[in-house]
Design a protein around this ligand. Sequence first.
Ligand SMILES: CC(=O)[C@@H](O)[C@H](O)COP(=O)(O)O
Ligand SMILES: NCC(=O)COP(=O)(O)O
Length: 252
Amino acid sequence: MRALGRLRLGVNIDHVATVRNARGTAYPDPLRAALLAEAAGADGITAHLREDRRHIRDEDITALMQGLRVPLNLEMATTPEMQAIALRHKPHAVCLVPERREERTTEGGIDVAGDIPRLTDFVAPLREAGCRVSMFIGHDVRQIEASAGIGAAVVELHTGHYCDLMAEGRSAEAARELEALREGAALAHSLGLEVHAGHGISYDTVAEIAAFPQVMELNIGHFLIGEAIFRGLGSAIEGMRRRMDAAREAMA
Ligand SMILES: CC(=O)[C@@H](O)[C@H](O)COP(=O)(O)O
Ligand SMILES: NCC(=O)COP(=O)(O)O
């Protein structure tokens, strides 16, 4: 199967805000990072407005909505507060994620199958406002089918477990997880969902995920912001873009 289109790169700038907030300064500015990312070839910007505002804050979303040329993908929990914020800004995309105050990062996917009536009602006004609604889920068949059932346009498959297994050198388990992600991507695509993937992706793990023909977008943040310390954000993004393109070309 050939690639279905150019693989888009969404750059997540959450951790520019993490560094800013560590010292309570006005810098580094997430919008400035986002504009640099745009110039380096990012197809979109992702920002996660957490309920505890540990990194991205409300005023960052306002600045990004006003300053960006590329689309904004707003990640958020399924709370009334977040829904009201999304409906006020109407970003290009809204990605619904599970959130726990105590977690260090997003640990799993959202339980769509276990929350169908509420999530159907939650998604409807976002869709009516013109946002592309994405569900951040694991590769579980039930979650993929439920995402299609509630009217989401997109699923973003959580690649964090695969990336962790790779980092720990657990290659047999990583291969099984990669296969499950591959099957999940194929199922989601067959149900008419646009397929994205993200979380924990680095130069070491991007090629295998970029090679899934159904995947249209990767969202990558933490690794790129870390790599930017050593080589600059533009160069870090260009390095990721090259690896994504090489993986897609190898499929053709
Ligand atoms: C939903 C997701 O996987 C990430 O985009 C998210 O932003 C992770 O949260 P932190 O950035 O707070 O680690
Ligand atoms: N949705 C995943 C994302 O935006 C980036 O995740 P990470 O690369 O910061 O782990």
